[in-house]
Each structure stands twice: as structure tokens, then as C-alpha cells.
Design a protein around this ligand. Structure first.
Ligand code: UDP
Length: 154
């Protein structure tokens, strides 16, 4: 049997606020992925900064952290063959302007600063990000779980 792989996918706050969790989950299911874990949570600044640690020196880093902590996210683990690469293909290019129609960003997003979904870019990133969001210390990084839900659902 071929090796199953896991990847980390997250609907970012703008995707949650716009009610796109279901549409995004559907696309992963239709593609053939299996959902291994899913959770709505609002994350704190420390987790957002660790998650995007590689981008710390970028000029947009502050805005990116503010974006990611602005409301609840939907964190997921999706499983399947070549899960990391298949998820990246399904999600589309970072900039929605360049993301092909048919991809999630191509169909649902307009601007790079609000590209609604994250997918790990390598197997090593997937392992690291799954650990950050679903591992032992994940509970320490929740910022107002119920407050976040209230915000998302008005
Ligand atoms: N981003 C941004 N401006 C940029 C580049 C990236 O706001 O010029 C944000 C965007 O939300 C992106 C995230 O930073 O999804 C991470 O960037 P990366 O290059 O890792 O792209 P991704 O792996 O998300 O496609």
C-alpha cells in the first residue's frame, strides 16, 4: 500500500467569517482526502508568530499576525496520498490574482492579504504545524474560544 500522508490546513478568519468552512471542507472531501481532525479555535499572537515564524522578517508580518488572530480559524488535518502536494494544488497560488479558477483561492478570494486558507508547504511543515495546532501545548494558545465563536456567528 502506498504511504498515506497528513497535511495541516486552516481556514483563516476571513474564510470563517464568510461562511466558507463547508465549501472548503467539501472540496477536500470531493478530491479524496480523509478528514483526520477539525477544530474551531481563536489563536493567540504567540501561536500565529510561531506558525509563520519563517516570515518574521517580511514587511507584512505584523499585518499577517493581526489577520490570523482577528477571529476564529478552522484548523484541520487532512490525510491521503501526497496530501501536502494535493492540498497545495487544491488551494491554489498564494496570490488569488494568480490562483487558477477551480482552486479555492482562485474561486473564493481576491487579495493576497485575505487569501482565506492555509496549507502546509512540505511534509516537515505539516508535522510542525500539526504539532502546533493539535499537539500537547495547543491549549495554551487559545485566545477566547467562546468569544471567537460569538464573533464568527454574530
Ligand atoms: N502574505 C501576505 N502578503 C504577501 C505574501 C504573503 O499577506 O505579500 C500572507 C498570505 O496570507 C499568505 C501568508 O502570508 O498566505 C503566507 O505566505 P506564504 O508565502 O507562506 O504563502 P502560502 O504558503 O500561504 O501560499
Amino acid at each position: 500500500m502506498q504511504q498515506q500522508e497528513q497535511t495541516f490546513v486552516m481556514v483563516k478568519p476571513d474564510g470563517v467569517l464568510r461562511g466558507l468552512i463547508g465549501a472548503i471542507v467539501s472540496r477536500f472531501e470531493q478530491k479524496g482526502f480523509k478528514l483526520a481532525a477539525i477544530e474551531i479555535l481563536t489563536i493567540d499572537r504567540a501561536l500565529a508568530e510561531r506558525h509563520y515564524g519563517e516570515l518574521r522578517a517580511k514587511p507584512f508580518f505584523g499585518e499577517l499576525v493581526a489577520y490570523l488572530t482577528s477571529g476564529p480559524v478552522c484548523a484541520m488535518i487532512w490525510q491521503g496520498l501526497h496530501a501536502v502536494e494535493n492540498a497545495r494544488a487544491l488551494i491554489g497560488k498564494t496570490n488569488p490574482v494568480e490562483a487558477a479558477p477551480g482552486t479555492i483561492r482562485g474561486d473564493f478570494a481576491m487579495d493576497i492579504a485575505g487569501n482565506i486558507v492555509h496549507g502546509s508547504d512540505s511534509a516537515a511543515s505539516a508535522e510542525r504545524e500539526i504539532g502546533l495546532f493539535f499537539g500537547r501545548t495547543a491549549d495554551d494558545h487559545r485566545a477566547g474560544w467562546l468569544a471567537g465563536l460569538d464573533e464568527a456567528h454574530g
